[in-house]
Write a protein that binds this ligand. Structure first.
Ligand SMILES: [Zn+2]
Length: 312
């Protein structure tokens, strides 16, 4: 099997221009299914669930998994809290304004200390991106549920409504939900969520805000073929997400084979170095990078995020 696999790899690397292109309008799933007769290999394969696949892997693969409520919501209370600009700490600036929204922080001093610290570290970590961080000085009853370590909103409308309320007195672009929780919980997307009191809270904060600003993931064991076209992992250079493609043509990062596959197609990455979107980093490692003024993000990631915040 190894021989077949290395032959396929050699073919994929040599017979197509650069990283392979696909002229048709087929989806990545169709390409993978069409071009591969090998259902399993001895190699590490991103696109195949295994007996040891995590709950998160199963969730990504579209399997049904159990949820658990972490914080109860109170939609009516959110409407009638009487929020105003006096509740915003740190001023808005030109560019993309992100507001940290505390959930479960009932003690005002603890809230101020945690939010102020996170806003400072995020400002430093994203200093090459046109983004500004402020925080709300009151805890919000937003519903949060979790599946394993993946935490998310129970009802996205709640966050949509909160954003509309805040827009009346503050030029908010993105809300980031910070949980008063010490478990390792997080997710990215339109409304990133993470535990502010976990020992890896800085990693979770920076990684999830990175997702919010258009970056992909590179550390999961399982990916569906359609996910393999982002800033961290990809199958075909002509099927990258449009913003990644544009950033790639400007930055021209080196492309490396990961050594792993999706069914039997080789999976590629940019640079091939460790970074906060493809590998876990401890709070201590992050603080060391910031102290030494070393980059948290690579040049391609910076370009993608700056394109996202100006809306292109
Ligand atoms: Zn991630």
């Amino acid at each position: 099997m190894k021989k077949v696999l290395s032959w396929i790899t050699a073919l994929a690397l040599s017979s197509s221009p650069a990283i392979g292109t696909d002229n048709g309008a087929r989806t990545l799933t169709q390409i993978v299914n069409d071009s591969c007769n090998v259902s399993s290999t001895e190699s590490y394969d991103y696109c195949t669930l295994t007996d040891t696949s995590s709950t998160i892997d199963k969730l990504i693969a579209g399997k049904k998994v159990d949820k658990e409520i972490v914080f109860e919501s109170d939609t009516e209370m959110i409407k009638y809290m009487g929020l105003g600009k006096e509740n915003i700490r740190f001023p808005a600036k030109e560019g993309y304004n992100i507001l940290l929204i505390p959930v479960g922080y009932e003690e005002p001093n603890e809230l101020d200390q945690s939010m102020g610290y996170l806003a400072d570290v995020l400002t430093d970590a994203f200093k090459k991106v046109e983004v500004n961080f402020s925080y709300l000085d009151v805890s919000m009853p937003i519903g949060i549920e979790k599946i394993d370590r993946w935490a998310s909103l129970t009802n996205k409308d709640e966050a949509n409504e909160l954003k509309e309320i805040i827009k009346q007195f503050y030029p908010v672009d993105g809300l980031v939900i910070v949980l008063n929780h010490d478990q390792y919980l997080a997710s990215g997307g339109d409304y990133p969520v993470f535990s502010g009191e976990n020992s890896s809270g800085l990693y979770l904060a920076i990684h999830e805000v990175g997702h919010h600003l258009g970056l992909g993931d590179g550390y999961n064991r399982y990916y569906s073929p359609e996910e393999l076209k982002g800033s961290e992992l990809f199958l075909f250079s002509d099927k990258l997400e449009p913003r990644v493609k544009w950033a790639q043509t400007i930055v021209r990062p080196p492309i490396k084979f990961t050594g792993n596959y999706c069914i039997c197609l080789p999976v590629y990455t940019f640079y091939g170095d460790d970074n906060i979107m493809n590998k876990y980093q401890s709070n201590r490692a992050i603080l060391r990078l910031l102290k030494n003024d070393e980059p948290i993000f690579n040049p391609l990631q910076i370009e993608i995020m700056n394109r996202k915040v100006i809306g292109i």
